[in-house]
Design a protein around this ligand. Structure first.
Ligand code: NOJ
Length: 745
């Protein structure tokens, strides 16, 4: 439909019909099934609005969407199709590793590919918009939603956000109906920085930090062309995002030129009342409208108050028209006026759900996101021949054969299709080479406040003391007879994700006890760690010969674990978040400021910025990961020590594969701005290069440095570089200090 036609359509709508376009309701309101992940009051909206609502969420499935759309259109005067949005976060039926794991791939192109595959499955199931990517920067592992972020680095997060938007939306512009889905970047802004790591809690930071570190990833999503933005639940400088005009209008629309649709997070307009910035739903609706929020997700605030606000002159009808027009434009872009059922096709679902190509991509992504944290005496890779020739593996732990290890947000995933570690090992080993035991439960009551309620809802129950004892003993007996005990341990899915904040970063339940006891009786111990966030692993590090971080690895997790365990692939992941020594270090991130009293880690004097009971450094730094090959980085070389504003310099390093095995190095460029008008981080990642090295091969890796890479928000909050000294390094992780110096003139 052409723009003039859309305008005519808008002009022909009654006030109620217009308001309806801005109201999003959950599935049950439209007699559809859809998961509701949030708390909301009864919407209390009129039948007339319900007949005219613009969109719904988490209603998926070709047949269901066709039925709901048809019933809706039959009752609609103007036949404006409903928009179907959904939380399709890291896969639809085929589930990929969680985003924090994907962040460890340092491979944005791979993320683009898997988002395109996700789009293919989702479009067949009738979804038109995905609430992804979550571009929130994370630095505090207590926050459960670290799992949905690609990590702690602004540069990488921006690259990933852009790649994901491009992947989801691939084909959207050219082909109209049937290809690609609109991507909604969330949660704008800074939702990843709640105080104390407690979900939905206060966020408060300087504008400089916000702009410098938190906003760039959302901006990268906008520049990549995302069609939608979701507000966050938190405050930004004292004002909740959903009513924050500065954020939504001045920054997002005016500075960044965003023309798409802004939607609230779940019930966030009503939450302006609980925050204490609005006295009632009417005031909340006015604040959100003033801020430039288009769609109200799952409250009655817009539905029940906009008309009165307009009549009273408290808001301008032109604002309403502008918001409605944005929604209509999105519907038009998706081709819904031509085909309201856009792509929803039950036959196509069968073809594309869990298609072999998608599974292969899931396996590839899982391999590339696993991080080898320890490998003492090169226990890994195990030799397939040894284990086919009589040696024995004891596979032990609650994640050995667990399909509930996809992470909280895989809500449309097909759990029955998940390949567990046990299943994958059984495919390659004879039964006499593999013994398996659960050993213990994942969680005990002391680990999770609401466990009893969860059990009551799910019909599960805790093991009784006899079973606990028996299972533990059975596991220990198997470990004692094995050549290698492979322990699959980790966090329960319910401990992470939305509302999944923790104060302890431990492996819960009896699992540590299991590990301690297995260590005593097994010859070798390899730990596979399933989790949604960085955990404190000091003891695990000591007790294990090999420690492989597999995160929640997705549908093909078991196969990918076998690929890595037996070395048909090497683990390629590098940490997307620092792993702490203690929960008390939170928030912990590599690109921190230097203090006035930086501590060198050695001087035994207390008056430095340090803890008296723990090192300042992480246990495993950002960017860290071992490989099966072994590489050495030579000294960093610069082709000039002076950088002119219009010019460039090249920094390079020679990397030598000193082992007899080929492998991939993830070379990381870090720069430190030594002196600025404001304090600068001790280092910042500015480039990454993955390089393949044959056994014994040497390669030179180079990066160009240009002035724009050195810009930041200085004293006057202008984004520009300042002349002076910089230090630079190319390193395998973030722990190396920038060594060579150059000057920007
Ligand atoms: C709340 C979450 O914060 C958000 O990420 C999600 O998209 C919405 N609920 C919709 O389910």
């Amino acid at each position: 439909m052409r723009e003039e036609k859309l305008q005519e359509l808008l002009n022909s709508l009654s006030m109620t019909e217009k308001i309806g376009q801005l109201v999003q309701v959950p599935g049950p309101v439209l007699e559809a099934q859809g998961q509701e992940l949030g708390i909301r009051d009864d919407l209390g909206i009129s039948e007339e609005i319900i007949r005219n609502v613009g969109s719904t969420l988490n209603v998926v499935g070709a047949d269901q969407i066709r039925r709901v759309q048809k019933a809706y259109l039959e009752k609609s005067r103007h036949k404006i199709p409903l928009l179907f949005m959904a939380d399709i976060i890291y896969g639809f039926r085929t589930v990929f590793p969680i985003p924090l794991a994907l962040g460890c791939t340092f491979d944005p192109k791979l993320l683009k590919e898997l988002c395109a595959a996700t789009s293919e499955e989702s479009v067949a199931a009738g979804a038109q918009v995905t609430f992804s990517p979550m571009a929130d920067l994370v630095r505090d592992a207590r926050w459960g939603r670290c799992l949905e972020s690609t990590g702690e680095d602004p540069y990488m997060n921006g690259r990933y956000a852009a790649a994901m938007v491009e992947g989801f939306q691939e084909g959207l512009q050219e082909e109209r109906a049937g290809k690609g889905m609109a991507s909604c970047v969330k949660h704008f802004a800074a939702y990843g920085a709640p105080e104390g790591g407690r979900d939905y809690n206060t966020v408060d930071m300087s504008e400089r930090r916000l702009r410098q570190e938190y906003l760039p990833s959302y901006k990268a999503g906008v520049e990549a062309g995302c069609e939608m933005i979701m507000t966050s639940f938190n405050t930004v400088d004292g004002i909740p995002s959903t009513g924050n005009k500065w954020l939504m209008d001045d920054v997002l629309r005016k500075e960044w030129g965003f023309e798409g649709v802004v939607i609230t997070d779940y019930a966030a307009i009503a939450e302006l009342i609980a925050h204490g910035v609005a006295q009632d739903a009417k005031e909340a609706a006015r604040l959100a409208m003033e801020a430039g929020v288009d769609i109200d997700m799952c409250t009655g605030c817009y539905a029940n108050n906009l008309e009165a606000l307009i009549r009273e002159g408290a808001i301008d009808e032109a604002w309403l028209d502008r918001a409605v027009m944005r929604v209509l434009r999105l519907k038009n872009k998706l081709g819904l006026f031509e085909d309201p059922f856009r792509g929803a096709d039950a036959a196509r679902e069968k073809e594309v759900f869990l298609a072999p190509g998608h599974r292969a991509l899931a396996r590839e992504a899982a391999v590339k996101s696993m991080v080898l944290l320890e490998n003492k005496e090169e226990l890994l890779p195990l030799s397939g021949e040894d284990f086919r020739g009589g040696k024995k593996i004891a596979l032990i732990g609650p994640f050995a054969d667990n399909r509930d290890a996809l992470g909280m947000w895989a809500i449309h995933g097909d759990k029955s299709a998940v390949v567990t570690v046990k299943q994958a090992l059984s495919e390659m080993l004879a039964p006499e080479s593999l013994a398996c035991a659960e050993g213990c439960e994942t969680l005990l009551e002391e680990d999770y406040t609401d466990l009893t309620a969860v059990y009551a809802q799910t019909g599960k129950s805790a093991w009784n003391p006899e079973k606990r004892k028996e299972e533990m003993e059975r596991a220990l007996a198997l470990a004692a007879e094995s050549d290698v005990a492979v322990l699959a341990l980790g966090e329960s899915e319910i401990q992470g994700g939305e509302g999944g904040s923790r104060t302890k970063l431990t492996i819960p339940g009896d699992q540590m006890d299991l590990l301690r006891r297995v260590r005593k009786c097994a010859k070798k111990v390899a730990v596979l760690l399933f989790c949604a966030r960085p955990l404190v692993l000091d003891e695990v590090k000591e007790l294990s010969d090999a420690l492989l971080l597999v995160w929640y690895p997705g549908t093909e997790g078991g196969h990918a674990v076998c690929d890595v365990l037996f070395g048909s692939r090497e683990p390629e992941g590098r940490l997307s978040m620092s792993f702490p020594r203690s929960v008390g270090q939170m928030p912990l991130y590599y690109n921190a400021f230097s203090t006035g009293r930086p501590y060198d880690g050695r001087t035994p004097i207390r008056f430095f910025s340090r803890y008296t009971d723990c090192a300042n450094t992480p246990l495993y730094p950002y960017g860290y990961g071992l490989s099966y090959h072994r590489a050495a980085y030579g000294p960093v070389r610069l082709d000039s020590r002076t950088l002119n504003r219009e010019g460039e310099i090249t920094v390079s390093v020679e990397i030598t594969n000193e082992s007899g095995r080929a492998g991939v190095e993830t070379a990381q460029l870090y720069i430190r701005d030594v002196t600025g008008s404001v304090v600068r981080p001790v280092k910042e990642l500015k480039g990454v290069c993955k390089v393949f090295l044959e056994a014994g091969e040497k390669k030179t890796v180079s990066f160009r440095i240009t002035e724009d890479m050195l810009r930041f928000y200085g004293k006057e909050l202008r984004y520009e570089s300042e002349p002076g000294k910089f230090r630079v390094t190319i390193a395998p992780d973030s722990s190396r200090e920038p060594e060579e110096e150059f000057v920007l003139v």
